[in-house]
Design a protein around this ligand. Structure first.
Ligand code: IP8
Length: 259
């Protein structure tokens, strides 16, 4: 299996609410064709999820008597499903055979973590040559009534269960940098990232943060994922051709994640 996450920042404009980057998404789906038949695709929520989730503070769940907040969870869920439909359409336009799997169709959640995971729901689709497509979403949660499930959480559990040959994170920059490249023009692209260098480059809390966590937390999760696959890389999806080459096994500008 090849596990790919299309980051929300490459398929949406993260600063403008519900703004889809259709041309980028179409091209990336074309590049994914090389993985057809063995692909599990996950995409982020971008500006269809993070802006409203942060505005309404949805990362802290919802109480039993908060009907108005439930409406907000429902709204964000609807928005991310709209984004998912757009991604699905781009895949179909490229003659891929996507099948949408919201996280709650194969997992249950408690305190924002996966409680049960049913890999057979995903495996069955891959076995018959379909491409399951999951995404960052709002999910029912045993402890907090509702929670936000990042696509990264799905990536981590899928890597543990399926032990993919390749895991590819498609970002809007060339890989992982020592500083945030959007804030610091001297930031240096790292060829490799491992637990040893993580502490040197990032103090807790540094780097951009969104509703599903800090940059450091995301990198820690990638390092964990790298334990369960043959290769794990972060590359730039705004640069045409890199995803297709990485799928083929050609070396591209990227950061290799190792443990
Ligand atoms: O973009 C976030 O998923 P991510 C999901 O994969 C929501 O971290 C609803 C904000």
């Amino acid at each position: 299996m090849i596990l790919v996450k299309l980051g929300g920042s490459v398929i949406t404009d993260k600063r403008r609410i519900r703004t889809f980057r259709k041309q980028n998404c179409l091209r990336l789906c074309r590049e994914l064709r090389g993985a057809a038949g063995e692909l599990f695709l996950i995409h982020g929520a971008g500006s269809f999820g993070h802006i409203m989730a942060a505005r309404y503070d949805l990362q802290n769940g919802v109480g039993d008597d908060e009907a108005e907040r439930l409406r907000k969870f429902s709204q964000v869920h609807m928005d991310v499903r709209k984004l998912n439909s757009k991604v699905m359409a781009c895949m179909r336009d490229n003659r891929l055979t996507p099948f949408s799997l919201p996280p709650f169709s194969f997992a249950t959640f408690s305190s924002g973590k996966i409680r049960e995971f049913r890999p057979e729901v995903i495996g069955q689709l891959v076995d018959i040559g379909m491409t399951p497509v999951s995404f960052g979403d709002i999910v029912p949660d045993d402890a907090n009534n509702f929670a936000i499930c990042s696509g990264d959480l799905v990536m981590a559990e899928a890597a543990r269960q399926f032990r993919p040959s390749k895991v590819i994170f498609v970002a809007d920059v060339d890989g992982v940098y020592d500083y945030d490249p959007k804030m610091n023009k001297n930031a240096r692209l790292l060829g490799e990232i491992s637990p040893e260098v993580l502490d040197d480059i990032m103090a807790e809390g540094s780097g951009a943060r969104d509703v599903t966590g800090s940059m450091r937390g995301k990198i820690e999760r990638m390092i964990e994922i790298s334990r369960h696959c043959d290769s794990c890389i972060v590359l730039n999806g705004n640069s045409p051709g890199r995803l297709a080459k990485a799928i083929k096994g050609t070396k591209v500008v990227s950061t290799k994640v190792i443990h």
